[in-house]
Design a protein around this ligand. Structure first.
Ligand SMILES: NC(=O)c1ccc[n+]([C@@H]2O[C@H](COP(=O)([O-])OP(=O)(O)OC[C@H]3O[C@@H](n4cnc5c(N)ncnc54)[C@H](OP(=O)(O)O)[C@@H]3O)[C@@H](O)[C@H]2O)c1
Length: 215
């Protein structure tokens, strides 16, 4: 069976994957860009934006594992748009007319709407479903390839709690946010079901990989 993977999920030292006060002009709330500075500096990220240069070391090696072998993504309503996007019939995500997913994307929301075809192979589907049911649909759409859980932390936490994640890469950034949405709440003893490795890079990021012991 295909794998369920999480990549480049950035958290602060105190475990927050986004700050407080998400809004249209601040997708990560008071965290600003600090959780993702390491990521947007990589060659992988810059090349996807058509930009030259970028770091080409260990941070980049982790970053670029995001894409190969992925056939669908599942994300939460909180990643798809700022609070209130459900009331805007024209909202099509943060990523413009050609989103960087290039696969079906399943947006979990209690207020689903019709699917939207975007340029470049991305189709947004909106689902009010349990993690298990959403995964079943995403797996079918992925046609044998892996499914990525794209975040945010609420959705990642629900897939971890349901025991559905095979591989997870978390990038721990050396900042303390103090408030926001925490990744680890309710996941007591998660380490018992995963083999965990950690490596720190010169940029100060600690990359943690979780591999399910039953895989
Ligand atoms: N640090 C990172 O690497 C990273 C990665 C991705 C995103 N982010 C950030 O994380 C933030 C979003 O995270 P979040 O935790 O606030 O929200 P989220 O996980 O993206 O989405 C949570 C929302 O999705 C809907 N939902 C979740 N499970 C559902 C289910 N089973 N059925 C139906 N609807 C369901 C609900 O919204 P409704 O009830 O409103 O529909 C819920 O409030 C954003 O700031 C984003 O920029 C950070």
């Amino acid at each position: 069976m295909s794998d369920v993977r999480i990549h480049n999920l950035a958290i602060s030292l105190d475990g927050f994957a986004t700050g407080d006060g998400q809004a249209l002009d601040s997708p990560f709330g008071h965290a600003g860009e600090r959780l993702h500075e390491w990521f947007v500096s990589t060659r992988f990220f810059r090349a996807a934006d058509g930009l030259p240069g970028g770091t080409f070391g260990a941070d980049n090696a982790f970053a670029e594992r995001h894409e190969p072998g992925i056939g669908a993504e599942i994300m939460g309503a909180g990643k798809f748009g700022p609070p209130g996007w459900h009331d805007d019939p024209d909202w099509k995500g943060w990523w413009g007319p050609t989103p960087p997913f290039h696969t079906p994307v399943f947006v979990l929301t209690h207020r689903p709407r019709p699917s939207i075809d975007m340029e470049g192979g991305t189709t947004y589907h909106f689902l009010d479903a349990t993690p298990n049911d959403a995964l079943e649909q995403a797996r079918e759409a992925a046609d044998g390839a892996d499914v990525r859980i794209g975040g945010g932390p609420t959705v990642v936490r629900s897939f971890l709690a349901a025991g559905l994640v095979d591989h997870m890469h978390v990038a721990q950034v050396p900042i303390v946010l103090g408030r926001g949405v925490r990744l680890w709440d309710g996941l007591e003893s998660l380490e018992e079901t995963y083999d965990i490795e950690a490596v720190s890079t010169p940029s100060g990021i600690t990359h943690l990989t979780f591999t399910a012991k039953n895989r």
